[in-house]
Design a protein around this ligand. Structure first.
Ligand code: HEM
Length: 195
């Protein structure tokens, strides 16, 4: 949709909801990734902010991000302007609309669901399996970043979305660099409070 002929909120409520919830979901998943990386750093823990507090923040921000992601996908399916079917939300490449860039969002969504389910079932899984699946968060973030930049109206034509995407890339890069430089403990499944 071009900006010049952009419909109003009352004309295209689902389109506005798709855009806004997509951006909120992306920002929340960015924060969740950065906080998750921070949770692996024992040196960041202190008596006033123990590691389980960082882990709890990571879990809650992630769940909120997934909730917004769910609304993003439902409103995409309800939006009459783009004809995206429900299976295109789970099968990469099935969307006729911006096939490649929506497919990246689809793969990111599938990985998000996988990470979510294994985290909910983590007490029934081995720590090694849970950890291996959880590492796919490092893949889903750049996929959703590209999806944002190449599919989103708000990143088109140098709009604010570009700056937001750059800022989020800075946050994730800083978190990853901090982890690489400081070294880290392996991420642990969230079980009980402790440092
Ligand atoms: C982790 C998964 C995903 C994230 C974080 C995400 C996030 C975003 C963001 C930030 C935007 C840009 C909004 C804008 O500024 O216009 C966007 C756009 C869009 N997304 Fe997603 N998305 C994900 C998955 C999906 C999936 C699975 C679908 C397909 C059902 C989808 C469909 C769309 C569409 C059609 C747009 C374009 C909206 C427009 O016209 O601007 N997204 N998404």
């Amino acid at each position: 949709m071009s900006t010049a002929s952009a419909p109003t909120l009352s004309e295209a409520p689902y389109w506005y909801l798709t855009r806004s919830t997509g951006i909120v979901a992306f920002v929340l998943l960015t924060v969740a990734l950065a906080v998750g990386i921070a949770a692996t750093q024992r040196t960041l823990a202190s008596p006033s902010w123990p590691r389980f507090a960082t882990q709890g923040l990571h879990r809650n921000v992630s769940l909120l991000g997934v909730a917004f992601l769910g609304v993003h996908i439902v409103t995409t399916l309800l939006d009459g302007f783009v004809n995206i079917t429900w299976w295109a939300a789970v099968v990469p490449g099935a969307s006729h609309y911006r096939t490649l860039w929506v497919a990246l969002g689809t793969v990111a969504f599938d990985l998000t669901v996988l990470v979510l389910i294994t985290s909910l079932l983590r007490l029934r899984l081995s720590a090694a399996l849970w950890r291996r699946v959880h590492w796919s968060a490092y893949a889903l973030w750049p996929l959703s970043w590209l999806h944002f930049l190449k599919t989103g109206t708000d990143a088109a034509h140098g709009r604010f979305g570009v700056w937001l995407a750059i800022a989020c890339a800075g946050v994730v890069s800083a978190a990853v660099a901090g982890r690489v430089v400081a070294g880290s403990a392996e991420p642990q499944p969230l079980r009980s409070p402790g440092r």
